[in-house]
Write a protein that binds this ligand. Structure first.
Ligand SMILES: NC(=O)c1ccc[n+]([C@@H]2O[C@H](COP(=O)([O-])OP(=O)(O)OC[C@H]3O[C@@H](n4cnc5c(N)ncnc54)[C@H](O)[C@@H]3O)[C@@H](O)[C@H]2O)c1
Length: 339
């Protein structure tokens, strides 16, 4: 462990798998600014531009590797740095279309077997805290608008959710901390435009039209920077005060129907034509009301950014041309084919 920083939290060495990704690249920025040393392990499926800003930072270390490599944690270690005290395991095949595309065997290999291996390797180098990002899609659909919490039965509707459940089933009895994230939105060094809010804004901005299926379906949303705050509350939770290991990460006022999101997009981009279709199709359908009471009460988490502000942020980033080719496949997970 390193000395305390000005925020009072203990500075240490932290490993982030998937650190080049949408969440990971913002998390790395926060960890570095909080004074931690950070090792990123990533195979750069979507490129490494998101990490360039950290490249010359002496507290940043990048190790290019696949998390299925059974030695990657040890191999990533720098001899002149202390052993890591925590690992954020974010790497994986993310989202139901990407999992569907690579099939059951490969999805399990990357999302379940690799997670077990990273956890075991972390234990062998003395990591005290292992933090895993799961998804609220493990709940599937809820009946009659019933609120689902961390103790509710799971009802996965996709291979992606099934792999997350299998990873959780291994990690929770072994003492890891698990966050079930709501659907994210907002800008990061590796912005994803295959997420519902970001995608609606992009379509409205570039095509001036939106085609909406299942307009009444509800989702829980959370801004990517609020997710970082939640993950860090988990990291900094004082030892001995842990009552729970499992938290839904989102906010009670972040639940909206698709239609409500469309209204927020139209407010900013009024020239948009909207067409509604009532078709249902296979995939990761979620029409749920999730409770975020536990994370609020136990970790003191509150979200700082509203969906309306997030929509504004994405519109502004596009208007200003900050993302040159937002339709490029590097900003989407679903077209990616694992070789
Ligand atoms: N974004 C969301 O809405 C959301 C919601 C719920 C859960 N999550 C979870 O959070 C985590 C991060 O999500 P994200 O949106 O940042 O995804 P992302 O796809 O942007 O990032 C994943 C990163 O992991 C890397 N990676 C993938 N497979 C790898 C492998 N085999 N070896 C090494 N690196 C690999 C990729 O190169 C990428 O940089 C994932 O575990 C995801 O399931 C995300």
């Amino acid at each position: 462990m390193l000395p305390e920083n000005e925020l009072g939290s203990v500075r240490s060495h932290i490993v982030v798998t998937g650190g080049a990704g949408y969440i990971g690249s913002l998390l790395v920025a926060r960890l570095l600014s909080d004074g931690h040393k950070v090792t990123v392990i990533d195979n750069l499926l979507f490129g490494g531009e998101s990490l360039l800003t950290f490249f010359s930072n002496p507290n940043f270390h990048f190790f290019k590797s696949d998390v299925t490599d059974a030695r990657c944690i040890k191999a990533a270690m720098r001899r002149d740095w202390p052993s890591p005290s925590a690992v954020f395991h974010l790497a994986g095949i993310v989202g139901f279309p990407a999992c569907q595309a690579i099939g059951v065997q490969a999805a399990n290999y990357y999302n379940v077997e690799a997670t077990k291996s990273i956890f075991e390797q972390s234990q062998s180098v003395g990591v005290e805290k292992f933090i895993f990002s799961s998804t609220y899609s493990v709940y599937g659909m809820s009946r009659d608008d019933e609120l689902v919490d961390e103790d509710s039965p799971l009802n996965p509707q996709s291979l992606y959710a099934e792999t997350k459940i299998r990873a959780e089933e291994y990690l929770l009895p072994n003492g890891a901390m698990v966050f079930r994230l709501a659907t994210l939105y907002g800008i990061s060094p590796r912005t994803r435009f295959d997420l519902i809010i970001n995608q609606f804004v992009l379509d409205a901005f570039t095509k001036r039209e939106l085609l909406i299926y299942q307009r009444g379906y509800k989702r829980s949303f959370i801004h990517v920077r609020d997710v970082i705050d939640g993950l860090l509350l988990g990291l900094n939770q004082a030892k001995g005060t842990e009552k729970y290991q499992l938290f839904n990460l989102g906010t009670d006022d972040g639940t909206y129907t698709k239609d409500q999101i469309v209204q927020m997009v139209i407010k900013r981009l009024p020239d948009t034509l909207v067409d509604y279709k009532d078709l249902t199709f296979g995939g990761d359908m979620r029409d749920i009301n999730v409770s975020f009471k536990r994370i609020k009460q136990q970790l003191g988490f509150t979200a700082a950014i509203s969906v309306d502000e997030g929509v504004k942020e994405v519109v502004n980033a596009l208007r200003l041309g900050l993302i040159r080719e937002p339709n490029h496949i590097r900003y989407r997970n679903s077209q990616f084919i694992v070789s």
